[in-house]
Structure formats: structure tokens, C-alpha cells
Design a protein around this ligand. Structure first.
Ligand SMILES: Cc1cc2nc3c(=O)[nH]c(=O)nc-3n(C[C@H](O)[C@H](O)[C@H](O)COP(=O)(O)O)c2cc1C
Length: 168
């Protein structure tokens, strides 16, 4: 089963989990990169990025290194911004055909995941959504190894479900 992890991360939490997932299940890794992204710090990080999320901006992404069409199972990972995915995923969803693909979503947040799961379900209506999992600031967690292990276990479960799905 060809598996790809597609993620966007601003501060490293989602990348931390995404890399653990890719390593655990032997997946390729695609990190979404915004062309000319500004890296704001402190309060301005929330102002500008929160605005971009609320406005449903579609930032220009650097060309992807992997062809999603060639994969059977795709993990999607994002931080939660203003209760939804980061704007890089607006662009990704609008330029990528996930119809009929097996998909599993993970997201990192600070304790208020908002309606992201509902949004994923709606966005991925034509895909086979196998599962979703949230992580609270895993990189800054006092036991980040445990968070990593939870991600690895979850990823293996998703692959098992995908394999089962494929046999039917
Ligand atoms: C602009 C912005 C908006 C955010 N909105 C939320 C939110 O609605 N709910 C929440 O729990 N955390 C929110 N957060 C916190 C991030 O989701 C959290 O720190 C996440 O782990 C960051 O992932 P990253 O390190 O991969 O960028 C927000 C962070 C930023 C920068």
C-alpha cells in the first residue's frame, strides 16, 4: 500500500507528528510550503495567520514533490487555526483530487479544535475517510515521546483499516 503524509506546519507540532507517522508506516512525506511565507512571531502570528484562516485564503504553494494520484492512503496533517485547517490546505484541497482515496486526518491544536472534524468530513465527502486524530501541542508536551508513540500507533491502525478496506 503506497502511503503519503501531506502536512503543513508553522511552529513544528504538526511536522513532529507527521514525521513520526511517516516513519511508523513507511510513508513518503510531503510538507506543504507556501511561496514567500512570512514567519510572524508573538501576537502578530495570531493576527495575520488567524485572518488568513478566517478569510479562507488560498496561498500559493511550492510545487508538490509527490503525485498524490499514485498513493492509496493519504494522511493529512494541519494545525488548527481559528477552528479550521491552515490556509495551505485550502489551496491543497482546491488543486488535488482526493476522490476515492483512503484518507486519515490529524491535527494539532491548543485545546480548542473547533469544528475541524466536521469540516474534514464535509470536505472529504468523496473520499474514504478512515479516521481523525487530534494532538494538543505535542512538540511542547512534557512527554512528547508519548505523544509520538500515540501517533505511531494510530497511524498503524489507519494502515490496518486501509488494508482491510482494500480486501473487501
Ligand atoms: C493563527 C493561529 C490560530 C490558532 N487557532 C487555534 C484554535 O482555533 N484552536 C486551538 O486550539 N489552537 C489554535 N492555535 C494553536 C495551534 O493550533 C497549535 O499551536 C498547533 O499545535 C500549532 O501547530 P504547528 O506547530 O504545526 O504550527 C492557533 C495558532 C495560530 C498561529
Amino acid at each position: 500500500m503506497r502511503t503519503l503524509v501531506v502536512l503543513y506546519s508553522y511552529d513544528g507540532n504538526t511536522a513532529f507528528i507527521g514525521k513520526a507517522i511517516a516513519d511508523a508506516v513507511g510513508a513518503d512525506l510531503e510538507i506543504l510550503t507556501i511561496v514567500q511565507e512570512k514567519h510572524h512571531k508573538g501576537f502578530m502570528k495570531y493576527v495575520w495567520n488567524g485572518r488568513a484562516a478566517l478569510m479562507k485564503e488560498e496561498p500559493e504553494l511550492a510545487p508538490l514533490k509527490h503525485n498524490v494520484a499514485e498513493y492509496d492512503l493519504i494522511f493529512l496533517g494541519t494545525p488548527v487555526w481559528a477552528g479550521t485547517w491552515a490556509p495551505a490546505f485550502n489551496t491543497f484541497f482546491n488543486t488535488t483530487n482526493l476522490t476515492g482515496k483512503k484518507v486519515a486526518c490529524f491535527y494539532c491544536h491548543a485545546g480548542g479544535a473547533g469544528s475541524i472534524e466536521k469540516r474534514f468530513r464535509k470536505q472529504l465527502i468523496g473520499s474514504s475517510l478512515l479516521g481523525m486524530k487530534g494532538f494538543i501541542e505535542p512538540l511542547w508536551h512534557r512527554n512528547k515521546n508519548e505523544q509520538e508513540e500515540i501517533a505511531r500507533q494510530w497511524a498503524r491502525t489507519m494502515v490496518e483499516i486501509a488494508q482491510h478496506d482494500q480486501r473487501e
